[in-house]
Design a protein around this ligand. Structure first.
Ligand code: HEC
Length: 403
């Protein structure tokens, strides 16, 4: 935190806004990635379903139309013709189509492990279709299966051996497991598979493009917002800070800043200018009142010495200079305690004043002995009054020589 607190406002702002934006972009990219993924998945399932239905329709049509033709042309066996159509249909695409059966006639139509599991499910439970993403040898693919249910027309060749056409009987002898189906039974399924790699490739490049755009937006945001913050906040605040430092250094309250707007920064500058005007006015007042005080004590008939709490003499009048036998220059800056016979007592009185708020030496007339430059002692009546100056109190001692 100390590291962070030492950073400049602009840097802090950039760090915070970048983190927020990055979090936002990541969340958006992730959600759009997920949306793309589910859309692509849905699209792929739709395509697989369409292909499968087309095959089933083709085969059903042929099964109803074709009777003895396969006897002369095996390409007209409904399953064979439908497979050819499917192959034509999916040529050049990622989709791979088969027709499989647990009790297959053609070994090419033997189901793999996944298909066997799904076919068993279809056989036992009635289901419209099924799909799943599987991983095989580290490669993901979408697998889709649509069951094929036998109707009366199928039983001509898939029913009993005795009623099957001769070309079927020739190829599949009595007792072959591909006979004996009943109406409504699942004979097999259209199986479609498509590698996910090909499907997701597009999302991957979408993601890369998104990240690039987001990065550009982020950079532009940081540049523009940094510029705005510098112009509208940092530069004016810096100017105020510099002026305050300058005033603190020089004590010159005549400085004013140009107020540009009516916003918070404008208000800050206005307050600064007001403060300076007030300080300026007070300084002038103080100088005037000090001058008045100096003139006043100068014409007073008694010696007057004004000193600080440490005894340092700051103002004196002619009478006082005469009493101590020193010039004003010599007297100012000296300690009043040194001129008193009992300087230590006065020093104690100062301490009392600070600790207790009052002292019996202040505000009352006491008899004291003071020493002049030659060391001669005079008896004087002394009264001390306190006045509060800017920071610390000042004490004025009025002395009157006792004849
Ligand atoms: C004219 C006879 C005939 C009719 C009608 C017929 N089939 Fe077939 N069917 C065959 C033959 C022959 C094969 C084996 C084709 C091959 O060698 O690839 C076969 C293969 C299949 C296969 C592929 C699995 C396997 O056994 O190799 C399925 C599934 C299938 N038929 C389902 C049906 C359905 C469902 C119907 C009714 C809509 C139907 N058949 C109508 C003769 C027929």
């Amino acid at each position: 935190m100390t590291f962070f607190s030492r950073l400049r406002v602009n840097t802090k702002f950039n760090i915070i806004s970048s983190l927020l934006l990055i979090a936002l972009f990541v969340a958006l990219a992730y959600s759009s990635y997920r949306r793309d993924q589910s859309l692509i998945m849905k699209g792929a399932v739709d395509t697989a379903r369409t292909i499968s239905r087309q095959i089933i329709e083709t085969r059903d049509y042929l099964s109803r139309i074709v009777t003895t033709e396969p006897e002369y042309n095996e390409n007209l066996i409904p399953q064979v013709a439908a497979s050819r159509v499917a192959r034509q249909l999916t040529q050049g695409s990622n989709y791979y189509v088969r027709q499989v059966s647990l009790r297959y006639r053609n070994p090419d139509n033997r189901p793999d492990d996944f298909e066997t599991a799904q076919l068993t499910t279809f056989r036992d439970v009635k289901a419209a279709e099924t799909w799943q993403v599987t991983v095989e040898k580290g490669k993901k693919s979408l697998r889709y299966l649509l069951p094929m249910v036998s109707d009366q027309s199928c039983l001509v060749c898939h029913g009993s051996y005795d009623t099957a056409p001769a070309f079927v009987q020739r190829r599949f002898p009595r007792g072959h497991f591909s006979y004996g189906y009943k109406v409504g039974e699942v004979i097999g399924a259209v199986s479609v598979s498509v590698p996910m790699e090909g499907l997701y490739h597009e999302i991957g490049s979408n993601l890369k493009r998104d990240i690039l755009y987001d990065g550009l937006v982020l950079a532009a945001f940081i540049l523009i917002s940094g510029w705005i913050i510098r112009r509208t906040i940092l530069t004016p605040v810096k100017a105020v800070a510099a002026s305050i430092a300058e005033v603190a250094h020089s004590g010159n309250f005549s400085e004013r800043l140009e107020q540009r707007g009516e916003d918070e920064i404008g208000a800050l500058i206005a307050s600064f200018n007001e403060l300076m005007a007030e300080l300026d006015r007070r300084t002038i007042q103080r100088i005037e009142s000090e001058d008045r005080y100096r003139n006043f004590i100068e014409i007073a008939q008694s010696p007057i010495i004004t000193f600080m709490s440490d005894g340092k003499i700051v103002i004196s009048n002619q009478k006082a200079e005469k009493l101590f036998g020193l010039t004003k220059q010599e007297l100012l800056g000296q300690s009043i305690f040194d001129f008193m016979e009992k300087g230590v007592v006065l020093q104690g009185a100062m301490r009392d004043y600070f600790s207790a708020g009052s002292s019996d030496l202040i505000g009352t007339t006491t008899l004291q002995k003071v020493r002049d430059v030659c060391g001669r002692l005079f008896e004087v009546e002394m009264v001390i009054s306190v006045s509060q100056s800017d920071q610390s109190p000042m004490f004025s001692a009025i002395l009157r020589t006792v004849k």
